[in-house]
Design a protein around this ligand. Structure first.
Ligand code: HEC
Length: 438
């Protein structure tokens, strides 16, 4: 993890000005700590939340009651029930804890906001690697991936997936309906990836807006009900509003900012992934910290290592799998893929890092350190980035947020989430109260 800190530190100093721009220089011991129990949500989508299956809760949610009015201090119990598979989880992961305790601190100055989070990991090592592909008999297949992917569950692939700390931020005018009371559940719907009523790849690819003719997606990620012309108890994945209607919503700020500090795909280049939830979970505009290294049409990687920069080799070996000393594939040590150079057993990462980013995708700085079983990650950014796909923050204001952690090689619904929370800048009415740096 030493490399992460060095890279992140440099990025911080280059891209920010002012005495407190580098959060490593903040005296975090003097910043108040808030503790949260993040719990395992399983398939508790917004549609489930509003259905009869949520009993008395559904009436409350439909009346605009905050989850915390009924569930204060119940997070660990909710998580325990769901992770066991008794409720809302058809495919439980053996041995997974139902919740995790996360400590959050926040600060701001005239220009920037700084968040710091730490939590104990379930795994005995840092989740600083992601998926790999392996070459065998002239073909590429999954070598390793997240714990809940089909190939891994069936024992055909190994486990390898990054840890993450995530924050979802809304504006303080209630522009996204329900976010203050229901938190991240306003983005989590039936018909999304790993939830009930999930469409097939072919169905998504055939969709005029989301599929091959439009956004070129093959699955459904988080989305807001506002972007659909109709929602029912199955969700509303295919009922995307027309472009004019979506443009009007975006112009009104009907989206949620999503910040993700990713231990493989963003921290090594000193960044967090800057996205926003709208009609899909979109990346912000510009060159982002990582890109996919997989060409789905040709079923082969897009890039391989430049042998001049990788001890004469175009790929990694099995012995380098999850080796902290093995290089990550990035835009500085790679060349376009050449099938003729591959040998049986060669490994290539599923993603390629970009040392340089630009546009709105480059707004979030981040660093991380895993020590003695505990992650500490920091994200910092301009209070107001001036970008249309970011929520602008200002001193003296309080904003609705949700936080999440992806732990132990898990993604999609297999993460831990917070109840709806608030972040205040300089006031004391939040669950996380950022202090002003003088
Ligand atoms: C008006 C009160 C109320 C509100 C508001 C409410 N719930 Fe519930 N919730 C309940 C009740 C009652 C149950 C059923 C508990 C039981 O059966 O033990 C429940 C059950 C659940 C469960 C299933 C776990 C279990 O043990 O049954 C989850 C998960 C849950 N609620 C999450 C939420 C979230 C997230 C929100 C906000 C979006 C929310 N609830 C809002 C009252 C509420």
């Amino acid at each position: 993890m030493k490399a992460h800190i060095a890279v992140a530190g440099l990025a911080g100093l280059c891209s920010l000005s002012g005495h407190a721009a580098d959060p490593a220089r903040i005296n975090w011991d003097s910043v108040p700590k808030s503790q949260f129990t993040l719990f395992y949500p399983g398939q508790s989508t917004q549609e489930w939340m509003k259905s009869a299956a949520h009993k008395a809760g559904a009436t409350g949610v439909n009346d605009g009651k905050n989850c915390l009015e009924c569930h204060k201090d119940e997070e660990a119990d909710l998580g325990k029930t769901i992770v066991s598979g008794k409720k809302l989880e058809p495919t439980p992961v053996a041995g997974k804890p139902g919740s995790v305790n996360v400590t959050v601190q926040a600060a701001y100055d005239k220009e920037n906001v700084y968040l710091r989070a730490s939590w104990p990991t379930h795994a005995k090592e840092a989740g600083v690697f992601h998926d790999y592909k392996v070459f065998k008999g002239g073909q590429w297949s999954t070598h390793s991936a997240g714990r809940t992917y089909k190939d891994v569950r069936e024992g055909k692939a190994k486990v390898s997936y990054e840890d993450r700390f995530n924050v979802m931020v809304g504006d303080n005018k209630g522009t996204v309906a329900g976010f203050e009371a229901e938190g991240c559940w306003v983005t989590c719907h039936n018909s999304m990836r790993d939830t009930p009523n999930e469409p097939t790849k072919e169905q998504v690819k055939a969709h005029p807006v989301l599929g091959d003719a439009g956004m070129k997606k093959n699955d459904i990620r988080k989305y807001l009900a506002e972007t659909r012309s109709a929602m029912d108890d199955r969700g509303g994945w295919d009922k995307v509003k027309d472009k004019a209607a979506l443009d009007a919503l975006m112009a009104r700020g009907v989206f949620l900012d999503l910040w993700q500090a990713r231990a493989y795909r963003s921290l090594p280049v000193g960044k967090a992934d800057d996205s926003h939830v709208f009609q899909w979970r979109n990346f912000d505009k510009g060159k982002k910290p990582f890109d996919s290294n997989w060409d789905g049409d040709k079923k082969q990687p897009r890039f391989m290592f430049d042998p001049a920069k990788n001890s004469g080799r175009v790929a990694l070996t099995e012995a380098q799998f999850r080796d902290p000393k093995a290089p990550r594939l990035d835009d500085g040590n790679s060349i376009p893929y050449d099938a003729s150079k591959m040998k049986d057993g060669d490994l290539l990462p599923g993603f390629i890092l970009n040392a340089r980013q630009d546009g709105s995708a480059a707004d979030l700085n981040a660093s991380g350190k895993w020590e003695k079983g505990v992650w500490t990650m920091m994200i910092w950014r301009k209070l107001n980035t001036g970008q249309k796909d970011d929520v602008a923050l200002a001193p003296g204001q309080t904003y609705p947020i949700g936080i999440a952690v992806h732990d132990d090689a898990s993604t999609t619904r297999f993460h831990y989430v917070s109840m709806p929370l608030k972040l205040s800048l300089g006031k004391k009415d939040g669950h996380v109260n950022a202090v002003e740096l003088k």
